[in-house]
Design a protein around this ligand. Structure first.
Ligand SMILES: Cc1cc2nc3c(=O)[nH]c(=O)nc-3n(C[C@H](O)[C@H](O)[C@H](O)COP(=O)(O)OP(=O)(O)OC[C@H]3O[C@@H](n4cnc5c(N)ncnc54)[C@H](O)[C@@H]3O)c2cc1C
Length: 477
């Protein structure tokens, strides 16, 4: 998120003085590291939580369309940066990969059929394919059907133009570019506190972790793109907008295949349905091909874990130290209202390797336990905030918090996350830099040709842009 914003601002205002402070020794090693997330370019092609069945029985597509619009903004911005040389070869950070949804049982198969009909009517999703034929599913993803009861009713939908993204590589390439443009990059530097100085500028207390020395850095504008560290820093800033907000960490684990013969047989991201209602999006099981540092891998998960850390490389005190008088009640209310989620997490945390492999067999019936190793993924801090009636509720999305008259912004929450970083940062520009926005518009339209348009409402523009970004990002071959 921070490197996306930095790269945008550096291109819009090359003479502005920009600094980036990162606790760790390299960029992109927390949530954006490739094995700390699933690398799905979230386009709402396969994720069934974006197309819920409503109370009237129809399958809603509005959320899916919103997510897909945002991912097409990402594709355009990354294409622009590939053309500019800001990013390297597309294959180093993005790869074409079919996105599939897969379910079993009558109720779920009926739902997937209805979802297919609803999505097919939307321009952004008109290329969806659907089948209940096990032989056809086998041709799409053979691991799903081998060893499966031929009489079991199954259903699958597929999009051929999905993606797998290495957000760690993307982050590092943006950071390297910023360094080459004179941006001050300070790795191994932890921002410990934020406060407003008497001149209205923000003052950050920054600690050099290896030398131990501390210094104060001041800035007219601060973006707290600290992932799980953002809540603490926004709280220290004292802005009104952070009051009442709390965080609840959920960690993730994946099983990663070790047998190259198995890895080679799969070429898709296959998402299923979450087993519990109101569970975080990260509890949706999926069997994914991944491309990390030029190597093909296969993973299944996520399994939820629990730790009080807000960052994988954070502290056990993160959760207790985030409790304030203003967020204690909403946090307690969330606990009382989400007992199903709490018991789901308890069950997940105590799952043995054998039980994890049994869950994998719902997707890949012939899976053998020895061929899979456990990978500890990143932390997601689910946000808790007050609803319109003042009661604490759990939020699964991403929220851009802005305060101090637009001089400070931060990002909380984690889903759909890195895939939509460009759109979120465009929103930040609109909120925090209204005076500059009009002058920036021509450049923003050059970066993202659909800026100001909704592609789902302009099918011709969508086809043009989709074809152009597929070519630049080498997603066709
Ligand atoms: C299990 C899991 C699966 C996911 N799957 C997907 C997926 O498939 N697709 C997708 O799009 N998204 C996914 N996400 C979400 C995605 O990983 C995040 O939304 C995204 O990486 C967040 O980027 P960020 O820059 O906000 O945070 P981060 O990448 O965590 O970066 C924040 C940085 O701030 C640094 N920092 C923190 N505190 C301080 C401080 N005080 N001073 C200085 N530096 C600090 C950290 O060290 C870190 O490097 C997933 C997340 C998880 C956990």
């Amino acid at each position: 998120m921070s490197t996306t914003l930095g790269t945008l601002l550096q291109e819009l205002e090359p003479h502005w003085s920009i600094g980036l402070f990162e606790t760790l020794d390299q960029p992109g090693q927390e949530s954006s590291d490739p094995w700390n997330n699933a690398g799905t370019g979230h386009t709402a092609y396969c994720e069934l939580n974006y197309t819920p069945r409503g109370a009237d029985g129809t399958v809603g597509t509005a959320k899916a369309a919103g997510i897909a619009e945002q991912f097409h903004v990402s594709r355009q911005l990354w294409s622009h940066w590939v053309e500019q040389g800001t990013l390297g070869s597309p294959r180093t950070f993005i790869n074409a990969l079919p996105h599939m949804s897969f379910v079993w049982g009558d109720e779920n198969a009926d739902y997937l059929k209805d979802r297919y009909e609803a999505l097919k009517a939307e321009p952004l999703f008109s290329h969806i394919q659907h089948t209940e034929d096990q032989a056809e599913i086998e041709s799409w993803a053979p691991l799903l059907t081998g060893g499966r009861d031929a009489e079991q009713r199954v259903a699958a939908s597929k999009f051929d133009n999905g993606t797998d993204v290495d957000f760690g590589a993307l982050t590092r390439q943006m950071a390297d570019h910023l360094g080459s443009q004179g941006v001050e990059l300070r790795y191994g530097h932890e921002v410990q506190d934020l406060s407003r100085g008497s001149d209205g500028r923000w003052e950050m207390k920054v600690k050099n972790r290896s030398a131990g020395e501390k210094r104060t850095v001041s800035a007219r504008f601060v973006f707290v793109g600290a992932g799980g560290g953002a809540l603490h820093l926004l709280q220290s800033s004292g802005i009104e907008e952070i009051k009442g907000i709390g965080g609840f960490p959920v960690s993730g684990q994946f099983l990663r295949a070790t047998d190259s013969e198995v890895i080679e047989q799969h070429h898709a991201k296959v998402y299923g349905l979450a087993t519990v209602k109101n569970a975080p999006p990260m509890s949706v099981p999926h069997l994914d091909t991944r491309f990390v540092e030029g190597r093909r891998s296969l993973m299944f998960g996520p399994y939820a874990g629990f730790s009080t850390n807000f960052l994988k490389q954070g502290s056990y005190f993160d959760l207790p130290f985030s409790v304030r008088p203003h967020n204690l009640l909403p946090m307690m209310q969330v606990g009382m209202d989400n007992t199903g989620l709490v018991s789901y997490l308890m069950k997940e945390v105590t799952k043995s390797h054998k039980q994890k492999v049994e869950q994998l067999r719902d997707f890949y019936p012939d899976a053998e336990g020895e061929g899979w190793e456990l990978v500890h993924a990143g932390q997601r801090v689910q946000m808790m905030k007050k609803d319109a009636k003042g009661r604490g509720v759990l939020q699964f999305g991403t929220e851009l918090v802005t305060g101090g008259d637009g001089s400070i912004a931060g990002l909380l929450g984690a889903s759909p996350g890195a895939s939509t970083a460009p759109s979120i940062m465009f929103k930040l520009l609109e909120r925090c830099f209204p005076a500059q926005l009009e002058g920036w518009k021509p450049k923003l339209q050059e970066m993202v040709p659909s800026y100001g348009h909704l592609l789902n409402e302009e099918p011709k523009l969508f086809e043009e842009i989709s074809a152009a970004t597929s070519e630049t990002l080498q997603l066709d071959s």
